[in-house]
Design a protein around this ligand. Structure first.
Ligand code: G6P
Length: 593
């Protein structure tokens, strides 16, 4: 949650910090701030409630800053006000901090150490910076003071800190929240995601949990929480700044929806090769007597479809769990369990907590993620990457289809049917392209049938129900229309009471074995006034259906129904006038539990 950028020594830090914050807004965008320090120890601090674009005019572009730290916030402790926006300063103004994460024991620490201090904000973060000031009074160095403070903190943090009496030093530290050092030509940067840093470098150094970093413009020192120096090699990321631009698109979400056919092709290129999935991973899955899929949000929804494929195609029993529940209330495990974590970002705190529990029990696991070297990737036994390029819009789209495709390859590799799958996926790719070309039709449906409704339902059976869950999530998260997904047969057992004259009910009917039953359920709601919108496969169509899909193999139809759901959601939110990429209250990467 929240985004951090920082720099020391680099030219034009203001432009790096602002552009970096824009890149990180997917992590939170309810307030933002930047602190700049020059070589004489003069500080310029600007912060505001609102987005990074609201902060931009407050930044002094002429200031000869040598160090800068910036933050974009998703409020956890304290509402989204200018006072609670980061950076935060210590009482005397000597130390300035930006922080991601949650300090669980901040009230206790404030009570024990900071009784006389007047706090300016309601944040947990301010406690850290006030503690640094307190301990600095009795420590030989700022590093010593910081180490003492870090050893007291419970919870999660990525932080960057400046001391205005040392205008040639920038400090950073991390515990359970992501943070990287970037090696730039003329200095160093810090950022909570490489996306913010690639404008200046593609060479990064990882910071591990429980490490403190001290940077000057030409030197990096990493130490552990006992103060021992740690050596770490840098690594390169294969991201370029251009791949992060929206280009001709009004919103990233539409760009990412349209990238799906190319993404599927890239996944086929990578995973149709024999060695693409290691024998060790295949053996681990084969030996397991049950697969436990653990994820959140859209990744959780894609897990449902892959659970069904595991059972039908690879004859492997599988179950799916919400990570935040699994971490605290683990089910009774089978004799030989294997765990699959699905996470676009690879950083979701709930999923990470569940993975830590699995690691404690000594079981093997696989992370399916879009982000190389992400926390969940590093901490699982195996990783399969999505290879679809960064997903920036908060509403996840191409990650869902990519997760299905990568899991499809894993499952078909186990079943010995990769060539068939590659061939079938090619048909899907063409059908998705045709849907995208047809998007004006979905825009019309959104305008005519969805714009003015306060609520809506998706219904379907089997795989159609599983995709309905994702489609309902997509519509509600960006258009704020309360949308629920129901197994078509279950609606009549209670929820049908909510159907009124004109309530949109979107029925997915792509599965031949249950389409007729879903149609009957649709008649039941139509008889009570519902406005029916039907999404059907060509082989199941009738004259009155709304959207007809190409006839791809039955088990792969989720790829098509989900794209329709994405486009309906996109156009509904667009015509309601909302910021499609940054829906209210949400963040893309949720690094707090
Ligand atoms: C957040 C995002 C969702 C996403 C979920 C899981 O809630 O808003 O779009 O599906 O996190 O994220 P992950 O990166 O673990 O897939």
């Amino acid at each position: 949650m929240c985004g951090i950028v920082g720099s020391i020594g680099i030219s034009a830090p203001q432009s790096y910090l602002l552009k970096g914050l824009h890149r990180l807004e997917y992590r939170g965008y309810d307030s933002a701030g930047i602190a700049l320090l020059n070589g004489n120890g003069e500080l310029k601090l600007a912060k505001t409630a609102g987005k990074v674009s609201d902060l931009e005019p407050l930044i002094d572009q002429e200031f000869d800053a040598s160090i800068g730290i910036g933050h974009t916030r998703w409020a956890t402790h304290g509402s989204a006000t200018t006072e609670n926006a980061h950076p935060h300063q210590s009482a005397s103004g000597r130390f300035v901090i930006v922080h991601n994460g949650v300090i669980d024991n901040y009230l206790e620490l404030a009570d024990t150490y900071l009784k006389g201090v007047t706090f300016r904000s309601a944040t947990d973060t301010e406690v850290i910076v006030q503690l640094v000031e307190l301990f600095a009074q009795t420590s030989d160095t700022v590093e010593d003071a910081l180490l003492k403070v870090l050893n007291l903190l419970d919870g999660s943090y990525a932080l960057a800190l400046i001391d205005i009496t040392e205008p040639d030093k920038l400090y950073a530290a991390k515990q359970k929240s992501p943070m990287l050092i970037g090696v730039a030509e003329d200095g160093f940067i810090v950022c909570s995601d490489a996306l913010a840093g690639v404008q200046r470098t593609n060479e990064f150094i990882e910071i591990h949990d429980g490490e403190l970093v001290a940077l000057t413009s030409n030197d990096v020192t990493i130490s552990d929480l006992e103060g021992n120096t740690v050596e770490r090699e840098s690594f390169k990321v294969d991201l370029t700044d251009d791949t992060l631009d929206k280009g001709i698109y009004p919103f990233y979400m539409l760009k990412e929806i349209e990238e799906q056919p190319i993404a599927l092709r890239r996944i086929s290129e990578v995973y149709s090769h024999e060695e693409a999935i290691s024998n060790e991973l295949l053996e681990a899955v084969k030996e397991a007597d049950r697969i436990y899929i653990v994820a959140c949000g859209t990744s959780y929804n894609s897990g449902f479809v892959s659970k069904s494929w595991f059972e039908r195609i690879a004859q492997k029993p599988a179950e799916i769990h919400i990570a935040s529940e699994f971490a605290y209330d683990m089910p009774l495990l089978s004799q030989k369990p294997f765990f699959i974590f699905i996470s676009q970002s690879g950083e979701t705190a709930d999923s990470r907590h569940a993975l830590l529990r699995v690691n404690q029990l000594g079981y093997q696991s696989l992370t399916i993620t879009n982000v190389k070297n992400s926390t969940l990737s590093r901490e699982a036994t195996f990783t399969l990457l999505l290879h679809v390029g960064p997903e920036v819009a908060v509403a996840s789209t191409k990650a869902y289809t990519a997760q299905l495709a990568v899991l499809g390859y894993l499952i078909h590799t186990l079943a010995g049917s990769v060539d068939t799958f590659s061939h079938e996926l090619r048909q899907v790719e063409v059908a998705v392209e045709r849907l995208i070309a047809q998007q004006e039709d979905f825009e019309t449906i959104a305008e005519d049938d969805l714009l003015d409704t306060p609520n809506a339902f998706y219904i379907g059976r089997g795989l159609d129900h599983l995709v309905s869950m994702e489609n309902a999530l997509k519509l509600k998260e960006i258009s704020y229309i309360q949308t629920e997904a129901f197994p078509a047969g279950e609606l009549k057992h209670g929820t049908i009471a909510l159907i009124e004259e004109g309530t949109p009910v979107i029925a997915l009917m792509t599965q031949p074995n249950v389409a007729a039953q879903t149609r009957s359920n649709l008649e039941e709601v139509k008889a009570r006034g519902a406005k029916a919108i039907t999404i059907v496969s060509g082989d199941l169509k009738t004259a009155s259906d709304t959207i007809i899909l190409d006839e791809v193999p039955v088990y792969l139809r989720p790829f098509l129904t989900v794209v329709v759901g994405q486009l309906l959601a996109y156009y509904t939110a667009l015509h309601k006038g909302y910021n499609v990429d940054q829906p209210r209250n949400l963040a893309k990467s949720v690094t707090v539990e």
